[in-house]
Design a protein around this ligand. Structure first.
Ligand code: NAP
Length: 335
């Protein structure tokens, strides 16, 4: 068994990692840390009672180095990079779920804060599995993509060569409330979001530069990405609708089949996708339609899994030479 750890285990993505690691065939959870390290894991997350008993420690790089070969950082951005830097210097493999290693330094600093680990930043591999699989296998540091960029990029990347890149790309996205983490805010308050839906940070959300940067890296296409996220009254799940203008009248189903026909965790749907059918799984469901040169691409993921923790676990599997799909959840929470 390979010993792994989680720092930031008290949050939503940390909990999802624990749940998957309970039955992982090759990883043993050997270290968990939260800001306050004086409790048992099952006290922090009562849902884990009788499933695991484990002491929660305060995050400490020495302890991680003694106990783990690989660690998942399920921390907010900025908190992650200080810790990742120390772990990498101790030769520990790191999968970071935050934004800290996802972007070029210039893009990161324009949208987040000054970068505190510029040395490791260029070595980080972007953890969008289907596009960076080979690089992830040999990586020591993987940056988990944002949840919205995951759903958006998986949907739109196969079409970029056929899209008029001079025309703006419109991305209309909807997320369940867990996308913002467990901290309560006015917008995530039950009374605000119940029976409600609204856009937030329209055209200025930090995931827009991430989407644009990766389209440019993967296809060499510089595009204006107009991204409008919405909050919906659901706990989890993300639905992304992309509107683009085609250069030519292609068959969208054929393009998707060419791109993903052999991918085990991408399901190509004949009808528009929905969040419930992917809830609790690592799947990304995609559907596309065309009217003349107008293209509509729709993709759905579970933000906490394919948008965060299961994508991180898939990367960890590859980094440790395991089957990509080891321990990944595939049975949806339906009905
Ligand atoms: N939620 C999603 O759908 C999603 C999707 C993709 C990526 N992400 C990214 O994944 C990361 C974790 O997200 P989340 O939704 O799990 O957030 P969360 O529910 O807010 O949990 C974050 C955890 O980090 C811990 N923490 C904060 N500062 C810390 C520090 N300085 N040292 C140690 N622990 C610290 C908190 O600990 P305490 O509980 O002990 O205070 C909390 O448990 C974030 O960077 C987020 O942007 C999230």
């Amino acid at each position: 068994m390979i010993n792994v750890g989680i720092v930031g285990v008290g949050g939503y993505t940390g909990l999802e990692l624990v749940k998957m690691l309970l039955s992982h065939p090759a990883f043993r959870l050997n270290y968990v840390a939260a800001t306050a390290g004086d409790r048992m894991l099952e006290a922090l997350h009562p849902a884990l009672l009788d499933l695991i008993t484990f002491p929660v420690e305060e995050a400490n790089a020495e302890a991680v180095a003694e106990k783990c070969e690989l660690v998942f950082l399920a921390l907010p951005h900025k908190a992650s990079m200080g810790f990742a830097k120390e772990l990498i210097s101790k030769n520990i493999k790191v999968v970071d779920l935050s934004a800290d290693y996802r972007l070029e330094r210039e893009t990161y600093e324009a949208h987040y804060c000054p970068h505190e680990d510029p040395e490791n930043l260029p070595r980080a591999v972007y953890g969008l599995i289907e596009y960076y699989r080979e690089e992830i296998r040999t990586a020591r540091l993987v940056a988990g993509p944002g949840c919205y960029p995951t759903a958006t990029l998986l949907g739109i990347l196969p079409f970029i060569p056929y899209i008029d890149t001079q025309a703006p790309l419109f991305v209309d996205a909807k997320s369940g409330v867990s996308g913002a983490g467990k901290k309560l805010t006015q917008t995530s308050h039950f009374v605000t979001i119940n029976d409600n839906i609204f856009a937030y940070n329209p055209l200025k959300h930090r995931h827009a530069p991430e989407i644009a940067e990766k389209i440019a890296k993967i296809h060499g296409a510089k595009m204006e990405v107009n991204f409008v996220p919405h909050l919906i009254p659901a706990t989890r799940g993300e639905l992304v609708s992309v509107y683009a203008t085609l250069k030519e009248e292609i068959d969208p189903a054929e393009i998707l089949e060419q791109a993903y026909g052999t991918e085990a965790f991408i399901r190509l749907r004949e009808n528009p996708v929905d969040i419930k059918s992917v809830g609790g799984t690592h799947f990304c469901d995609i559907y596309a339609a065309r009217n003349g040169r107008a293209l509509f691409v729709s993709s759905a993921i579970d933000n906490l899994l394919r948008g965060a923790s299961s994508q991180a676990l898939a990367a960890a599997n590859l980094m440790m030479g395991l089957e990509e799909g080891a321990g990944l959840p595939i049975v949806p929470y339906v009905p």
